[in-house]
Design a binder for this molecule. Structure first.
Ligand code: MOS
Length: 776
């Protein structure tokens, strides 16, 4: 099933019978000493001082620099490539094209679709045509310019609403429909609308956003005989290993991926890129290490985006706030290849609010643009933009408070899943109630309403809520903890720390269980050669997936330590506890021994505990929930919008580290501000089909001036002991899902103007104000 395959990265609760279960399942923490604290990152100094070595910092002896020639046209066929001039440029070691032996490789997309690594039919600007390696990056780029290509330029289509028109240029032989139209239905939608007191219908659109992480996409590749080592900026070393081994036809064991630090991915680095394969090929041909990092421009074109969504939502509600029906459709595009252009856009509509009658339809089409990739909560912010604005409008129509309307429609079980399985915990009610209270919702609504009567500076407050359809994590994950004879600890796990503080949180779990101070814990991670198996860090599942495995490993080490110490102390193992580096008898606290002085541990040198991530509870769903509130100020003369304050109430289970938790909240809201107000991929529809804002100057990311000084994080602390043994759920994605809609609702409250298309910027607002002026 297509959907199932796409979901793989986010939901890891796939039965993995071969994964051993934890030998001892610890019960939920009652009180914690370390967990939940506001602790700085274990690698904070390395990160801020510049001493952390990111893949883009790697420099090896005899290293060459790779570069890729990319198609400058939106749609073209390569007729011929002449590399002779390029080969003569000083320092150039090798030039490869699709005709080079060993380089005629397949490149996989979703649903088993394959293209070529260097495909002569270039379906988007930036498609790979040739590559080379030279002694310096400057020589490499000079040589790229010297490659002569003859193109047959083809007509293009970059507007997803026109891709299915008769006469639109066909991007693939089979036409421009990407897979089947996806549909979902429950209940009787027509009957639902008939029962409603109010039925509203509206069109919404969100623009395509780029991930554009700080660290560019790329890697350094090096061969030792037939073993390949790749230092890659990635969210998942094992996923990169699998893709490279598959494409190059190598045994997994021959591919070592190292990804210690990485400068952001947001879904765009869940997999190897074509650049990873190209770097490996160039290194193989030259027998030298090759560094191949993309330029910022290349990353705008070729390594993913959040797809644009053109949505229609019709909704019915009774006067008492009962939702009777939703009908939703979306036309989206994953670009020129099957890449999930409408993935999960309807999930909020299907599952968030109680509604018996729901129908959705999603049409994913091809356009001549770079393929999309999963992007921080794939599909969800788009669906939320439509649904949460609709809820706001419905509330107004039935004269009900927007928070009240949402509170009336909370579902304790998942409506969209087979058999309606209950959630382990549903903190949506608490998010709404406690969030509204902490924000000062009612007072804020009242006060800002008064500003509307006079002047051109209008204030408004708005809110939106969400769930994230994953965020529970699950198997597989294996972790090893070594307790050394001096009481220091080494934690070995395969997961990447994508900037969220994973290493710090895992060290805290070890410290909590073993009573070892944070500074005595070292972490080996994200290396397929030396660390344990982990799925990519994504889907807001890293903490709920890895922390129970880490805890299981720590509990196992503790069990072994108690066994050794019980002989020395001559007490039963069940009578022992660990405290501040000492094993102590509960009954007789005078009986104690320092970890470092346990004779058998000294003799052995190390105790080794293996921990596995056990399965999730059967028949239940683990999802995080959130509600966000904001206040905006709109200048109705200039169209400027200032966000004055924001509050995010989150049910993400147990708070593991309050500092990294709050960091996620601020980051997610910043992303939502980008979607709502500033970010748009602009393709030149008329002349060239090319992207015109492919840099950080023309593509506007929110900066410190766009983000309010006051961003409050309010964790609803619902420890979720059913979910897993640390009680944590995901956070990184739910914090960005409702943000854009909350802003739109606040702008509506301030001005009476409903902005249904992102971005909410001065140009658009001024147009809407003047339109309203004309309409009177
Ligand atoms: Mo996330 S879009 O699964 O990195």
């Amino acid at each position: 099933m297509r959907e199932e395959k796409e979901k793989l990265y986010y939901v890891q609760n796939i039965p993995v019978p071969e994964t051993p279960r934890p030998t001892h399942t610890p019960s939920a923490w009652k009180e914690t000493k370390i967990i939940g604290k506001r602790l700085p990152r274990v690698d904070a100094y390395e990160r801020v001082s510049g001493s952390a070595i990111y893949p883009s910092d790697i420099s090896l002896q005899d290293m060459l620099y790779g570069a890729i020639l990319r198609c400058p046209h939106a749609h073209a066929k390569v007729l011929s490539i002449d590399t002779r001039e390029a080969e003569k440029i000083p320092g150039v070691r090798v030039v490869i094209t699709g005709n080079t032996p060993g380089a005629a490789l397949d490149w996989p997309y979703l649903r088993g679709f394959k293209t070529k690594l260097f495909d002569p039919h270039c379906r988007h600007e930036g498609e790979e045509i040739a590559a080379l390696a030279a002694e310096t990056p400057y020589q490499a780029w000079d040589a790229i310019k010297a490659i002569k290509v003859k193109y047959e330029i083809l007509p293009f289509v970059v507007d997803e609403l026109k891709a299915l028109d008769a006469g639109a240029p066909a991007i693939h032989q089979e036409g421009n429909l990407s897979g089947e139209t996806q549909g979902y239905e429950r209940g009787d939608v027509e009957k639902g609308f008939a029962e409603a007191d109010v039925v509203l219908e509206e069109s919404y659109r969100t623009e395509s956003e780029l991930h554009t992480p700080m660290e560019l996409h790329g890697c350094v590749a090096k061969w030792d005989g037939d073993r390949l080592t790749v230092w890659e900026s990635t969210q998942g070393v094992y996923a990169v290993q699998a893709r490279i081994a598959e494409v190059l036809g190598l045994p997994l064991a021959n591919v070592r991926i190292i990804g210690h630090y990485m400068g952001g991915g947001f879904g765009s680095k869940l997999q190897a890129g074509k650049y990873s394969i190209i770097a490996a090929l160039l290194a193989k041909k030259t027998a030298q290490p090759v560094k191949l990092f993309l330029t910022r421009e290349e990353t705008f074109l070729c390594v993913g985006n959040r797809p644009p969504s053109n949505m229609k939502l019709k909704a019915g509600v009774k006067k008492d706030g009962t939702l009777t029906a939703f009908e939703f459709s979306c036309i989206g595009t994953g670009g020129a290849y099957p890449a999930g252009g409408t993935s999960l856009v309807d999930w909020q509509i299907r599952d968030l609010y109680k509604c018996p009658n729901v129908r959705t339809k999603m049409t994913d089409v091809f356009i001549n643009a770079g393929p999309s990739r999963p992007c921080r909560a794939p599909g969800h912010p788009q669906g939320s933009w439509a649904l949460e604005q609709m809820l706001d409008a419905l509330a107004e129509a039935i004269k009900m408070d927007p928070v009240e309307l949402r509170l009336k429609n909370i579902s304790p079980y998942s409506q969209a899943r087979e058999g309606n399985p209950p959630y382990t915990t549903t903190g949506l009610k608490e998010c709404l109630e406690e969030g509204a209270r902490a924000f000062g919702w009612e007072e804020g609504r009242r006060k800002t309403a008064e500003t509307k009567k006079s002047g051109h500076i209008r204030r408004g407050v708005g809110m939106a809520s969400c769930l994230w359809f994953a965020g529970g994590g699950g198997p597989p994950s294996t972790v090893i903890i070594k307790l050394f004879s001096d009481g220091s600890v080494n934690l070995n796990m395969g997961a990447s720390d994508i900037g969220t503080g994973t290493k710090t949180v895992m060290a805290m779990v070890v410290s909590e269980e073993l009573g070892v101070p944070m500074e005595k814990i070292q972490i080996e991670h994200a290396d397929t050669g030396t660390t344990q198996y982990a799925t990519p860090s994504g889907g807001s599942k890293t903490v709920p997936t890895e922390s129970p495995a880490v805890r299981a490993a720590a509990v196992e080490v503790k069990r072994q330590l108690f066994e050794l110490a019980s002989k020395d102390l001559k007490v039963n193992v069940t009578d022992l506890i660990l405290k501040d580096g000492e094993v102590i008898s509960k009954q007789d606290p005078s009986k104690k021994i320092k970890i470092a002085e346990v004779p058998d541990l000294k003799r052995r040198g190390v105790l080794l505990g293996v921990g596995y991530r056990g399965p999730n509870p059967e028949g239940k769903v683990v999802n995080p929930f959130a509600a966000q509130f904001c206040e905006v100020e709109v200048n109705t003369k200039t169209g400027e919008v200032k966000i004055l304050r924001f509050l995010s109430a989150n049910d993400s289970g147990r708070v593991m580290n309050r500092l990294t938790y709050d960091n996620q909240v601020i980051g997610g809201i910043t992303w939502g501000i980008g979607l709502a107000m500033t970010e748009t991929r602009i393709l030149d529809e008329k002349q060239t089909g090319k992207m015109v804002n492919r840099n950080w100057h023309d593509y506007k990311l929110p900066t410190a001036l766009d983000v309010p000084m006051e961003v409050k994080s309010l964790p609803i602390e619902l420890d979720d002991p059913q979910a897993n043994t640390t009680g944590a759920k995901g956070l990184g994605e739910p914090v960005t899902i409702p943000t854009a809609a909350a802003i739109a609702n606040a702008v509506y409250h301030a001005t009476g103007i409903r902005v249904t298309m992102t971005p909410i910027n001065p140009i658009k607002l001024c147009q809407l104000f003047s339109q309203r002026g004309k309409e009177g």
